[in-house]
Design a protein around this ligand. Structure first.
Ligand SMILES: [Zn+2]
Ligand SMILES: [Zn+2]
Ligand SMILES: [Zn+2]
Length: 148
């Protein structure tokens, strides 16, 4: 599956947003850097360097909001850092963040299937585990903490 900037612009248009140059650039940045964990600030910076007009960070947030409400992107949280955005179809992974060195790895959400199913079976609650990162120790830091 591939989502282009034009696809995202179409989403904005169908949500009734006027397509301004900054909004189009927000879509371009998200589509081009879809494998990054983009923050609103990073998108703002990337758009600012390409746009000659005035850009308001509120425009970035508003555009992200509309794209998310339309189901095109999803946000998540990695550690204590700012919110990050993914294209919706790429958001199906769990972030693991090391509380000691801050490194992050991702695993497919399906690897947590049995964990999710146990919670749902016992409580009826359906966790959206990928919304928040799991905190713990990476392989290297875990090794260090047992050998010390
Ligand atoms: Zn991610
Ligand atoms: Zn959130
Ligand atoms: Zn670590």
């Amino acid at each position: 599956m591939h989502i282009s900037a034009d696809d995202l612009v179409d989403v904005l248009r169908s949500e009734g947003l006027r397509i301004t140059n900054p909004r189009r650039l927000v879509c371009t940045v998200i589509a081009e850097r879809h494998s990054d964990h983009l923050t609103a600030a990073a998108i703002f910076d990337a758009v600012s360097t390409r746009s000659d007009g005035d850009l308001d960070i509120a425009t970035v947030y508003r555009t992200l909001d509309v794209l998310e409400q339309a189901g095109a992107i999803k946000h998540g949280h990695i550690g204590h850092g700012p919110t990050v955005y993914h294209l919706a179809y790429e958001a199906d992974h769990q972030h693991l963040v090391c509380s000691s060195c801050g490194s992050t790895v991702s695993i497919p959400t399906r690897d947590l299937r049995s964990f999710i199913d146990v919670i749902t079976e016992r409580t009826g609650f359906v966790p959206q585990v990928e919304h928040f990162a799991l905190s713990g120790l990476c392989a290297d830091c875990a090794k260090k903490s047992t050998t010390e």
